[in-house]
Design a protein around this ligand. Sequence first.
Ligand code: NAD
Ligand code: SER
Length: 314
Amino acid sequence: MSKILIMGACGQIGVELTLALRKIHGNDNVFASDLRDNHPMLADGPYVQLDATDAVATRAIVEKEGITDIYLLAALLSATGEKNPKLCWDLNMSSLRQILDLGVDKNLKIFWPSSIAVFGPTTPRDNTPQATVIEPSTMYGITKYAGEMLCQYYNAKFGLDVRSVRYPGLISWKSEPGGGTTDYAVEIFYEAIKNKKYTCFLSENTYLPMMYMDDAIRATIELMQAPTENVKNRMSYNLSAISFSPKEIANEIKKHIPELEISYAPDHRQGIADSWPASIDDSVARSDWGWKPEFDLPKMTEVMLVNLKVKLGL
Ligand code: NAD
Ligand code: SER
């Protein structure tokens, strides 16, 4: 039986991943943890306040609860990371390093996400291959690339079962995003519903790889459930679903909210976005463990608007 610890559970991915894993394994077998107070949506299962860089406290919980699997989601993302690169390195690397060491010691199965941010300005921008030039230009991307190399090393050297995907920008309505460059693609839905107006911090033709959260959660669970021999890549798998620009998503939302007005005021996040791919080739994930996305832009837009309107009481 799996006993799962999720670290960084109150964030954009953590809330939905915790809920999905509790459906599969039962509420009592999935421990949520975060620096913050518990998220209201996670009240039906165990929660512990835990700093992901605190190796002693983490070990104590793993031993006390008999944890078998850890999903490490605590991190500083791209935009916040550029504002505080030292904290970005310290948090992202020391949390991963301590979980990898604990994983070896306790024979744990680990999930740790990487990102499209590993790629940089020298990477081919369209249909970016799994193995390609990787020279990230943000501290966040540097931590993700270093993290991928560490995961591969711990698997090769110690046989640790650590698995990873390079998530694209994620779009969701249950929990809000926490400081990324792709956050505009969530903000635009809130502003379209509330104010029928949105000023985007990226320029209108900035294409980025994106994915609806349901696809991301399913990919995570499918990768973790895949037979070991199918997980041939121990750095991190490219993962892809949709690629669109701010203008294209605005036009899709306008099919439902024709009054939406969009303007553009690119800020420091434009440089980050310009260094990332526009679209991703995920054929290796598809052939190794059968990955296939379900949400395209129209389907995601419809689901986001329906659910956010209910959530916002509008
Ligand atoms: P988020 O910022 O929404 O959530 C991160 C959570 O970690 C927050 O709840 C925060 O309180 C918590 N946290 C911060 N410092 C902590 C610490 N020291 N100890 C414990 N918890 C701490 O981030 P997210 O979007 O849910 O991302 C989760 C992971 O997925 C990250 O590794 C991120 O790099 C990766 N990722 C996310 C996206 C995306 O679009 N959301 C895309 C690519 C990769
Ligand atoms: N969505 C994330 C970000 O923008 C990508 O890792 O930082």
